[in-house]
Design a protein around this ligand. Sequence first.
Ligand code: ZN
Length: 343
Amino acid sequence: MTARDFGPPTRTSTTLDLDAPGRTVGHIGLVHSTTPGIEYGVIPVPVVIINGSPGPTVLLTAGTHGDEYEGQILLQNLARTLTPSEVSGRIVIMPALNMPAVLDGSRISPLDGGNLNRAYPGDPDGTPTYALADYLTRYVLPHCTFAADLHSGGKASEYVPCGFMTRMPHGRDSAAQAAAMVAMGLPYTLVYDECTENRAMDTACDQAGVVMVSTELSGGGTINLHTLRAARDGLNRLLHHWGVLREADAPPTAGTKFIDVNDSRSSVMAPGPGLFEPAVGLGDRVGAGDVVGWLHAVDDPDMGSRPVRVEMGGTVVTRRVPPLVVRGNYLMSIGQELDPSTL
Ligand SMILES: [Zn+2]
């Protein structure tokens, strides 16, 4: 039975067979009739399926945003090396999910400007990004038990190495998500409430009954080697925790610190234009009213630097990468420690 047999037509072109025994490599083809240089084309999004003995189905994705690299590398390595004998259940690996964005090294797809993590539940008659989201929503997620979507900061921002979980209003899966984050054991876990954004994969997974977590693995548009290694071990522990990987070879974790990032004062915005000089770094603790950096007027050396203060104390969990800012640009985020037993 192929994935397409489960429902009405999709504009994607695919040979995907989720039930094929052993290890198979398939693709979801994004049909695009105005691909530059050709009048009609199919952009193949690779899917590696590893079917082992009976057990849960886990979806692993990276490249939702094309300029976030650690997850893409982790899943490329896993897709190449994992064998069916190591798997109890099924692992579906998509290391380059929004392929046009991955090929472009950009957050969004150059074909349609689509941000895949703002495109769910998708649209079968939409542009490639929306058609892909629709395919995942209707043909892949209904078969999954668990999912992990691996993000990093991208070119524009950098995170402390962290797991990331979205708490839904009904809170049905929060404890299972938190347990997964503890098993993954990255230094931090950011907890976000689904209050302003319901177009991400998190909501699509929730509606399909899939327990989903994600990550923010450093970023800055490059590869952080320390984070890459920590995330490799974390993914190994996570898959074992979910019961889909028979053996875990990663060392025990030192634990994760849960951080709430929902307070409106979490985001520190530039109060004006200039060159931002940070006074604090990722993982630093700050107090309410502290100076976290200065803005320098680039065109007026006589003008004094302008201090930027935080309204709320906590831990610096993200930072902007490009130093040149205009008023309203985000500079950093401050999170507050959260007792995971409340999740
Ligand atoms: Zn991302």
